[in-house]
Design a protein. Structure first.
Length: 345
């Protein structure tokens, strides 16, 4: 295969970075130690950690090559060029932003890695400026629910109300439509997935096929039509599963989170490379608290919860930087952009 054809195939691969926007005290591992009524009294680290992620994404520059149609993070169509990535020098970011409609200018659309931020509405209510800043800096805002409850614990009638409410609150915050949803701790099933669709979302990104985590839910994907890594569940509604590695029926947890911190970086990147070779796309997830080794420590937590939460926090930011650099030939895109690229609404 000639060099030009190889380069073209490499550039056609999509890398979806997704961020579950929740603070360190929202996590399920600490739910019994930090009850909901104490959340407002905890030390919030969300603004600092979100801006570190945004600055990291801004430090990667998209260089133009062949012409191609892409969409802005929230679905507007922009005519820009297929990107490759290179490290940008001395990129400084202002601390305050005014949210305008997504720009269609060539300069704005070719500077940054695009990511999808699944925002907990508890965060959006208290830090609306940081949600607006995420959108203003070119990323997609999607919903992570209101109070980080496992979906199976919410009565169905209450779930419909929470799903609709969280979408509307985020839309009111940024003045743009919200297309996507992710369940806390990937706690999705067929019944709750239907509720997501009925609540006005266009896609869900909650399915994690790694079965050894009891919090993760299961959904039926057999027989569903596939578009890239997305599955059409209902008319105009799609599932974007987390990208684990399937080796002859054995599922290896390669989507991100604690597995990103626990698996040796070279082995993790080899797995991602295999996923990209198989699917031409890869969806990765991370939490803002995972790049924050200075967060408060829950000494009362069980040893296994401490291992899952605190291991390698001091190395995660650099590992994420290296992961992006290692796959700089990919198109770093939002979930909504990826679905648009597959020809779906």
């Amino acid at each position: 295969m000639n060099t030009k054809k190889t380069a073209s195939l490499r550039q056609s691969k999509s890398f979806l970075i997704t961020i579950d926007v929740e603070d360190w005290f929202h996590v399920e591992n600490f739910k019994s130690l930090i009850p909901f009524e104490t959340w407002s009294y905890q030390e919030s680290r969300i603004e600092h950690n979100i801006r570190r992620l945004l600055d990291l994404f801004d430090s990667v520059s998209l260089n133009p090559s062949v012409n191609e149609l892409h969409t802005s993070p929230h679905g507007q169509l922009d005519k820009i060029r297929e990107p490759t990535l290179s490290r940008a020098a001395d990129n400084k970011t202002k601390s305050t932003f005014k949210l305008d409609k997504p720009s269609t200018s060539f300069e704005r659309q070719t500077k940054k890695v695009r990511a999808t931020f699944f925002v907990l509405c508890w965060i959006a209510e208290r830090f609306p400026h940081i949600v607006r800043e995420i959108a203003a800096r070119g990323h997609e805002i999607a919903s992570h629910g209101c109070y980080h409850e496992l979906l199976r614990k919410i009565p169905l009638h209450s779930l419909h109300a929470e799903l609709s409410d969280s979408r509307k609150r985020l839309e009111d915050t940024i003045g743009l439509p919200i297309a996507g949803f992710r369940a806390p701790s990937f706690s999705i099933n067929d019944e709750t997935l239907k509720a997501v669709a009925e609540s006005g979302y266009r896609y869900d990104a909650s399915y994690n096929s790694f079965s050894l985590n009891s919090r993760y839910g299961k959904i039926s994907l057999n027989g569903q039509k596939k578009f890239g890594i997305a599955y059409r569940i209902f008319d105009n509604f799609y599932e974007l599963p987390i990208s684990n590695l399937n080796l002859s029926g054995t599922i290896l947890p390669l989507g991100g989170g604690a597995y990103f911190r626990l698996i040796p970086p070279r082995l993790f990147r080899l797995g991602v490379k295999r996923v990209l070779a198989m699917n031409n796309a890869y969806q990765f997830y991370i939490h803002p608290w995972e790049i924050d080794p200075e967060q408060p420590r829950m000494t009362e937590a069980s040893w296994n919860h401490k291992i899952r939460h605190y291991t390698m926090l001091s190395k995660t930011y650099d590992r994420l930087d290296r992961l992006i650099t290692a796959f700089n030939y990919c198109h770093f895109t939002t979930c909504r952009q990826y679905l648009d690229k597959q020809g779906r609404p």
